[in-house]
Design a protein around this ligand. Structure first.
Ligand SMILES: Cc1ncc(COP(=O)(O)O)c(C=O)c1O
Length: 375
């Protein structure tokens, strides 16, 4: 019996995590500037997180969505309070793709339309409609390709209007800051223009905040910088600090009805306990402000390195664009300096997605290692 071999793996076996570090079975310490794909928000094994999840599993780990679960209401209230997305309604699920799948499905139910508009270089997950709306033909199976999706150049408002004006699009889905696509963000003018077009042509605006949301940019959601009001906001990754939990926030104009959406595991007691711990730590430790401070420190240090041509992204969702492909550099950072970083579609881009608890000393460690490797 062997595993279905779909992941190219580094030969490292983490067995323990503590804040910004992970440790392998030999006790070797690794600085985690990747957060397991932007998932670790409040740090590995944060004491509050361990306490919440442990207490919950020892009392009630799971029951289905056929009973009252006050933890879900508490979670909704806390997200609304911290994000300021007043009156939105919360639907919980288990992953990012599932969040987008439900967002797209809901848009289709709400408008009665079938077509989706998405953007070049986008990634929205690997389930049916989510993968069809992803700009990567390699991961779209024939069964997914039957979805009707039109791709528009990211940032091109005129092209967007051409598609939307046909009045057959149920939703526009957009990562406010693209993740794997390479940390691009369009202008405020573009997001506001797109939002206006959506309203005019009665298409729902879905902000995919799965990677850039839940405090990663130093704002609770990345779209907030652009002062828009999405119809649906999808979330996952940082929401559970490693516990599989996702969700969508749904504008009050969209009405629920029994059976419209559903899931067995979504919003279970353990998932809620994990996410409530994340929210408590984000608030108590002032991690959104801290994210902005650390980002400024990181960006200043990185900008002083001549081989870095651009520092992209916001908050602690950063991309360092070098004037050479980063594959070797990334390997050397891991195996020689014991620092995890990420890659992107752009071969010259090194992705930095650390826990939001990162301190200046960790940034210094990275910059020192980087200098050793590139001079
Ligand atoms: C922007 C974005 N949307 C959706 C997803 C899919 O999330 P998941 O892997 O939890 O299904 C990801 C994951 O990388 C993502 O970055």
């Amino acid at each position: 019996m062997s595993l279905f071999n779909v992941y190219p793996l580094f030969d490292i076996t983490p067995v323990k995590g503590d804040d910004i570090y992970v440790y392998d079975q030999n006790g070797t310490q690794y600085l985690d500037l990747y957060g397991g794909h932007a998932v670790i928000s409040i740090g590995h094994s944060h004491p509050k997180y361990v306490q919440n999840v442990s207490e919950q599993v020892s009392t009630l780990g799971f029951y289905s969505n056929s009973i009252q679960n006050p933890l879900q209401t508490q979670l909704a209230e806390e997200i609304i309070e911290q994000s300021g997305c007043k009156d939105y309604q919360l639907f919980l699920c288990n992953s990012g793709a599932e969040a987008n799948e439900n967002a797209l499905k809901l848009a289709s139910f709400h408008t009665g339309r079938k077509k989706v508009m998405s953007f070049t270089n986008s990634f929205h997950g690997r389930t049916s409609a989510a993968v069809a709306a992803t700009d990567n033909p390699k991961i779209v199976a024939p069964i997914n390709a039957q979805q009707k999706v039109e791709f528009v150049e990211f940032g091109d408002l005129e092209a967007a209007e051409k598609v939307l004006s046909k009045e057959d699009v149920c939703a526009v889905i957009v990562e406010v800051i693209q993740g794997i696509g390479g940390l691009d963000e369009a202008s405020t003018e573009f997001y506001q223009g797109l939002s206006k077009l959506c309203k005019h042509y009665e298409t729902l605006f879905i902000a995919d905040e799965i990677q850039c949301g839940f405090g990663r940019t130093g704002d609770f959601f990345a779209f907030q910088k652009h002062e828009i009001t999405p119809d649906i906001i999808s979330m996952a990754k940082g929401m559970g600090n490693g516990f599989p939990v996702g969700g969508i926030l749904i504008h009050p104009n969209i009405k629920a009805s029994f059976g419209l959406l559903g899931t067995t595991f979504g919003g279970n007691h353990l998932a809620c306990a994990a996410s409530l711990a994340v929210l408590e730590v984000l608030k108590e430790d002032g991690l959104l402000n801290h994210t902005k401070e650390m980002s400024a420190y990181f960006q200043e240090a990185a900008s002083a390195i001549p081989q870095i041509k651009a520092v992209k992204g916001r908050g602690l969702m950063l991309g360092l664009e070098f004037d050479f492909p980063i594959t070797e550099l990334r390997k050397n950072l891991i195996f020689k300096h014991h620092i995890f970083t990420g890659s992107a579609k752009n071969p010259n881009l090194l992705r930095i997605l650390p826990p939001l608890t990162i301190q200046k000393e960790h940034v210094d460690m990275f910059i020192e290692a980087l200098k050793k490797e590139i001079v």
